[in-house]
Design a binder for this molecule. Sequence first.
Ligand SMILES: CC(=O)CC(=O)SCCNC(=O)CCNC(=O)[C@H](O)C(C)(C)COP(=O)(O)OP(=O)(O)OC[C@H]1O[C@@H](n2cnc3c(N)ncnc32)[C@H](O)[C@@H]1OP(=O)(O)O
Ligand SMILES: NC(=O)C1=CN([C@@H]2O[C@H](COP(=O)(O)OP(=O)(O)OC[C@H]3O[C@@H](n4cnc5c(N)ncnc54)[C@H](O)[C@@H]3O)[C@@H](O)[C@H]2O)C=CC1
Length: 279
Amino acid sequence: MKIMVLGAGTMGAGIVQVAAQAGFEVIVRDIKQEFVDNGIKGIDKGLSKMVEKGKMSADDKNAVMARISGTVDMAAAKDVDVVIEAAIENMDIKKAIFKELDEICKPECILASNTSALSITEIGAATKRADRVIGMHFFNPVPAMKLIEIIKGASTSQETFNTIKDLSIKLGKTPVEINEAPGFVVNRLLIPMLNEGMYAVMEGVASPEDVDTSMKLGAGHPMGPLALADMIGLDICLAIMQTLHREFGDDKYRPCPLLVKMVRAGKLGRKTGEGFFKY
Ligand SMILES: CC(=O)CC(=O)SCCNC(=O)CCNC(=O)[C@H](O)C(C)(C)COP(=O)(O)OP(=O)(O)OC[C@H]1O[C@@H](n2cnc3c(N)ncnc32)[C@H](O)[C@@H]1OP(=O)(O)O
Ligand SMILES: NC(=O)C1=CN([C@@H]2O[C@H](COP(=O)(O)OP(=O)(O)OC[C@H]3O[C@@H](n4cnc5c(N)ncnc54)[C@H](O)[C@@H]3O)[C@@H](O)[C@H]2O)C=CC1
């Protein structure tokens, strides 16, 4: 099975690494060669750390890297079996990508999105193969997080679901079956909590450090909500809150004004060097 990943960013690079480590040939496409190169360099760096820690042999690392290729050319999608899209969390961009893939890919190719919260049904409706469109929602950092949410849109076939469930297990993930609803499970529960942490900071209840310390020591979280938001990307967190707010029409999902301001200022967290914390 040949896999293509669209997007060599935070998530795309992690998905490529996991697929290559599981033994699959994987090609990664981004819109600029420098983004492709940076994504592949990041994978190489992560695997080198594992070699240094004695968790992987140098030969195995080289074999994994040999299974990865990169391109800026969408035509590379023509002979793959599964495409996993991890591009920007924007419905119009995702629909345009899926329409283009529908014209390039072979009829039996499955098209999956790693979207955080957007409708698989709506993405599928932009193609002529809605039965073969599905959500494969990985979690950040992809090599470390065991869960994958497999999201069925209204037209996703059982055959497509079964194929992707088998693939997810081969990728070393634990799949859960999600019948499409905004935010699926994890983001519907988790991101509003991060949003409330931002309200606590905005209202002067506590500093970012103390909000995070509170949830780590008081609730046993591995990372504080604000450090986690910085790792996810504040742009992604805002996009998810906006989707939940729009789709449910419930003000409990209103995005924190401080989050909106930080995204407008380009302070997106780790990926820009500053969010609630400096990196
Ligand atoms: C936004 C969406 O749509 C969906 C989402 O992703 S929501 C966000 C979901 N993710 C989370 O909630 C992450 C919460 N944080 C954690 O679980 C942990 O802090 C963490 C796994 C990120 C780091 O764990 P830690 O114990 O503090 O660090 P560390 O011991 O270095 O890492 C543990 C393992 O994870 C791996 N790891 C940690 N960070 C990593 C990274 N950035 N990339 C790859 N692997 C990583 C390490 O290699 C290590 O693996 P080994 O045990 O094989 O060495
Ligand atoms: N950041 C996170 O913690 C998580 C994000 N996601 C979702 O994964 C997707 C990607 O998120 P990130 O990796 O964080 O974003 P990112 O901004 O780090 O990476 C997105 C990449 O997509 C590329 N891209 C844009 N248009 C493209 C196209 N037409 N073809 C190929 N590549 C294209 C961009 O150049 C960029 O490199 C989003 O839908 C996001 O909601 C899902 C789970 C977790």
